[in-house]
Design a protein around this ligand. Sequence first.
Ligand code: ADP
Length: 241
Amino acid sequence: MSININQISKSFGDTQVLNQISLDIPSGEMVALLGPSGSGKTTLLRIIAGLENQNSGEILFHGRDVSQVHARDRQVGFVFQHYALFRHMNVFDNIAFGLTVMPRKSRPSKAVIREKVMKLLEMVQLKEFAKRYPAQLSGGQKQRVALARALAVEPAILLLDEPFGALDAQVRKELRRWLRQLHDELKFTSVFVTHDQEEAMDVADHIVVMSQGNIEQHGTPQQVWQKPESRFVLEFLGEIN
Ligand code: ADP
């Protein structure tokens, strides 16, 4: 599902956090919102998610103004940095959750839910962990469950806010490969917030570099890397390299 962001502005009190942001994301693409802390990435993601209201501008999913679409019908999945797994539910039930709370007429049967969850467990290679509880999992495993849970309802759009931010470098790398693989296989559209340029370069089709509520550059990893369009982008990329 395509996402069109048109002239989105947002302020909190006197602070302008997003300044007329426009961005078009074609269906099936993975876009990374990259920028330093405080640049407005999370706020933009939350507005796309419908968790926050903009002051002006509009967001269209597949050409349709999302403010007109009930949250339940938006086909959006989320993964956040701090695993919001249900502690009292095992891995299987965590992943099944979104399916079991669907409205009765669209809710799959128990057998179908079981089949779906087992397939997802296989995809994230956690089949033998189905009966474990979140407290018995590593950070990386928890995020794989979070990913599987978000994907269980077959979202057309997956929104991720620093999903691997709390994990160590090796696990991060592994998980972003997973994410990319699942993305390519299931063909959803992803918006991925990160402050880590290596992560953005490695995983995204397009990178949107943000600074102080503005888009500094939007391009492929190669374009952003080889032709930084502003001093900010050059310096931001240069910080690590
Ligand atoms: P990023 O994700 O790039 O770190 P955020 O979107 O979280 O940036 O924040 C952008 C700015 O908006 C920051 O200055 C932050 O303090 C401010 N901000 C974010 N959420 C709120 C809020 N609920 N109330 C007031 N200020 C906020």
